[in-house]
Design a binder for this molecule. Structure first.
Ligand code: 6CS
Length: 317
């Protein structure tokens, strides 16, 4: 059997690093009976909807869906909320991969209604802003044409901050930043490096407002058709990948930050607690926007996350 695995990112990315490790484990555990074929960004078509469609129709049975998945599974925009997850990234990974959350009716039904199954959740590192000017306050963001992934919740979030968010395809973003069509960008560090975005931006701003979180999804019919043994191999691999995924993303993000520092003179800014608080205040009402947009299941999923965050020693507030 061959499992084709669709990635939203190119080689050298966190999704690619995760998928390589996943492939190794699945092939070892199945003694080579299952082969995993990696399909990086660009190899399955040009828009993310082509990838999500292929997962929905089974042509590609497994893959990642993150910010752009909001059009297919609106509830998945939960992962885009700012100032909700714990600051600790491993803690975040554990909560979002817990049975309590991942196997909840709310989360399962949100995907299954669209022919998909949520298999795992992968935090890929903090979302870091870039721009050609310093951003420390919401005033600094006023009217900024910052590029967001295509989902209503991200647009609502950045509008709440005062910006004028715009959506551009990932593959077209470098030239859009270079030509000034987009004035700012939001990516985990590894992606700023992997896609070269840092070359055409002057400031990198760490506000720790959110992590980049991707959903690993499967085609529902494919998933239900797996043998007991295959299910077991998949489940035990996904369990192991929670810690491994965290190790991969922390390593990639810290190494790539060093590369960016070496290769450029980009200005790096870390917001202090008081500066973060101004953005946190503006982000709060967007939780209700999420619920209004996606309904009761979204509320349930958010409540499960908030319950766990409340119990963790590392509250996001
Ligand atoms: O910004 C984007 O569109 C893409 N960025 C990353 C790091 N992963 C996938 C996502 O769609």
């Amino acid at each position: 059997d061959t499992w084709r695995f669709g990635l939203e990112e190119t080689e050298g990315s966190v999704q690619y690093g995760y998928a390589e490790e996943f492939k190794k484990l699945i092939e070892e555990k199945s003694d080579g009976d299952i082969q995993v074929e990696l399909l990086p960004y660009g190899s399955w078509g040009s828009s993310y909807s082509a990838l999500y469609d292929a997962i929905q129709n089974g042509a590609i049975p497994i893959g990642f869906g993150s910010g752009f998945l909001g059009g297919t599974v609106p509830e998945s925009q939960l992962m885009s909320l700012n100032f909700v997850m714990p600051n600790d990234q491993l803690e975040t990974a554990k909560i979002l991969n817990s049975d309590d959350f991942l196997q909840s009716d709310a989360w399962q039904e949100s995907f299954r209604e669209r022919g998909l199954v949520p298999l795992a959740t992968l935090p890929e590192g903090y979302q870091v802003w870039t721009a050609n000017k310093e951003i420390r306050t919401p005033e600094d963001m006023q009217g900024l044409q910052i590029r967001v992934m295509d989902n209503s919740l991200l647009r609502a979030t950045y509008e709440a901050y005062g910006a004028s968010p715009i959506t551009i395809a990932y593959g077209e973003l470098y030239s859009a930043l270079q030509q000034g069509q987009a004035e700012g960008n939001i990516q985990p560090v590894f992606a700023h490096e992997n896609m070269g975005f840092y070359e055409v931006q002057d400031y990198m701003i760490f506000a720790d407002q959110s992590q980049f979180i991707a959903n690993l999804i499967g085609n529902e019919e494919w998933y239900e058709g797996l043998s007991d043994e295959e299910q077991q191999i998949l489940t035990s691999t996904l369990d192991e990948m929670v810690q491994k995924g965290h190790d991969i993303q922390t390593q990639f993000n810290s190494e790539r930050l060093e590369t960016i520092k070496e290769k450029s003179d980009i200005n790096i800014i870390h917001l202090n607690e008081e500066e973060r608080a101004a953005f946190r205040e503006l982000a709060k009402p967007v939780r209700q926007t999420y619920v209004d947009m996606v309904g009761e299941r979204g509320q349930e999923a958010l409540d499960i996350v908030l319950k766990h965050v409340g119990q963790s020693s590392d509250k996001a507030e």
